[in-house]
Design a binder for this molecule. Structure first.
Ligand code: URP
Ligand code: ZN
Ligand code: ZN
Length: 469
């Protein structure tokens, strides 16, 4: 299939210019003025932005968690992503206790097979080195395209690891070139605070935040940074929510240490007060780290503008409010942690980041596409528009007015964190490797078109022909 995109404003992390773009088979083959190649499809992009497809490095699809399973499977989650202009994501394989990493990977791939709408890769979340997975086996994963290891420093009694496990995995990563990702919170103190709150009859959703104070995130972020220095590995801190965690990352980056951080869309917009909403509405906003005091939002905008934080992900971990979140109606600790978000990242960051004057259009592309592609071994196949790159392209109408709502989103969740928010700017056409995925309100391509991508190691390039499993 060939596609000619005419007259759009092509925006990458580095460039911003008007040109035509020709796609043949799966890649961009020509960029220039007045191209007139015969094409199966011609898209008039005048007045539109032509952006590289979004790359979301932090999602949880079809994941058992908090006594239930996330409501979006690979098909519904990726459909939601496609409508939001995200054409590639990296999901977390969570090692079941006692399972080898091969068994874990097989289980996750079985959930995805045949359902894929966009391209995807996996991180491996290590939960157990006592039985099942070994450090030796972990070391083999990067050669299979799983080039990042994730560790949870919280969720005690479930998927939290101790510092010895964290440090040993960091040592393996130093040897194999994998990137270590951490969920940074001080799990032991949070566990004490949760038990104490419940013993005092404090059961409402707001206690989710009050038992996870920002200092617990700051402490764990700093601990992970220092341990990564000792081990000599590269570190990526996920879902940074507050000043206490931004500050150690800022120091690390000023020092030139191998440390990077992401925040997620919701932390710019949802604050602690949302958890206090009556009639268990607050349960919708129970995710971890929790929504913080509002002043943190400006801290995060400054951090993404200054490259203290380098990625905005979604941490899409969707549940139903009615039937799943309500598991914790009488006990906040039983509310499954997580929220939907895959579909609205580009709209929200464009509206409030770019149109709000906080970041440039180039920086938006860098945060949502180029940097995640670079750090997670997908660049330059993904994350940019260049000859030879995958034709993962979003034709974005910056004027299109949309009201975000659960009644129109494509996640199976029955609520949207940004319900009622009006934005100017939305994807109009989305291409995945040259194939039209989404056009207007219609999903054109169907399940099965997405592929698993074997990612390169951090700092190594991934070219189009190399990478499909
Ligand atoms: O609440 C969240 N974030 N749920 C998903 C798991 C995690 O911690 O990322
Ligand atoms: Zn987490
Ligand atoms: Zn997460």
């Amino acid at each position: 299939m060939s596609v000619l995109i005419k007259g759009g404003r092509i925006v990458t992390a580095a460039d911003d210019y008007v040109a035509d773009l020709f796609v043949e088979d799966e890649t961009v083959t020509l960029i220039g003025e007045s191209l007139d190649q015969p094409a199966d499809k011609v898209i008039d992009a005048s007045g539109k932005y032509v952006l590289p497809g979004g790359v979301d490095p932090h999602t949880h699809l079809d994941m058992p968690f908090g006594g239930t399973v996330t409501i979006d499977d690979v098909e519904s989650g990726q459909t939601s992503a496609a409508f939001g202009g995200t054409t590639c994501h990296v999901d977390f394989v969570i090692q079941p206790k006692g399972a080898t990493f091969a068994e874990a990977l097989e289980e996750w791939q079985a959930k995805a097979n045949g359902k894929q709408v966009i391209d995807m890769g996996y991180h491996m979340a290590v939960t157990d080195l006592a039985e099942g997975g070994t450090l030796e086996e972990l070391a083999t994963l990067p050669d299979q395209g799983i080039t990042s290891y994730k560790l949870f420093m919280a969720y005690k009694g479930a998927i939290m690891v101790d510092d010895e496990t964290l440090f040993r995995v960091m040592q393996v990563a130093a040897d194999t070139g994998a990137l270590v990702m951490v969920h940074a919170e001080h799990g032991d103190s949070i566990d004490v605070l949760v038990k104490q709150a419940l013993a005092e009859g404090k059961t409402e959703p707001k206690y989710h935040a009050l038992t996870r104070p920002p200092e617990t995130e700051g402490e764990a972020t700093n601990r992970a940074i220092q341990l990564a220095r000792v081990a000599g590995c590269k570190l990526y801190v996920v879902h940074v929510s507050c000043r206490e965690s931004v500050e150690p990352i800022q120091l690390a980056r000023e020092k030139g240490w191998d440390v990077w951080g992401e925040t997620c869309t919701q932390y710019f917009f949802v604050d602690y007060s949302f958890l206090e909403r009556p009639s268990f509405e607050g349960g919708k906003y129970v995710y971890t780290p929790p929504p913080r005091a509002k002043e943190n939002q400006e801290v995060l905008w400054t951090a993404v503008a200054n490259d203290v934080l380098s990625v905005v992900s979604t941490d899409h971990c969707a549940f139903l409010w009615d039937g799943q979140k309500t598991l914790g109606k009488d006990d906040f600790s039983k509310i499954p942690n997580g929220a939907p978000g895959l579909e609205n990242r580009l709209q929200m960051i464009h509206e409030h980041g770019v149109r709000g004057g906080r970041i440039t259009l180039n920086r938006m592309v860098e945060l949502l596409s180029t940097n995640p592609a670079k750090y997670f071994g997908l660049y330059p196949r993904k994350g940019t528009i260049a000859v030879g790159s995958d034709a993962d392209i979003v034709v974005f109408d910056p004027e299109k007015r949309v009201t975000i709502s659960a009644s129109t989103h494509h996640s199976k969740s029955d609520y949207n964190l940004f319900e009622g928010t009006e934005v100017a700017g939305s994807p109009e056409v989305v291409l995945l490797r040259g194939r039209v995925l989404v056009e207007g309100d219609e999903l054109v391509a169907h399940r099965g078109v997405g592929e698993f991508v074997r990612r390169a190691r951090f700092g190594q390039e991934l070219r189009a022909a190399e990478a499909v499993a």
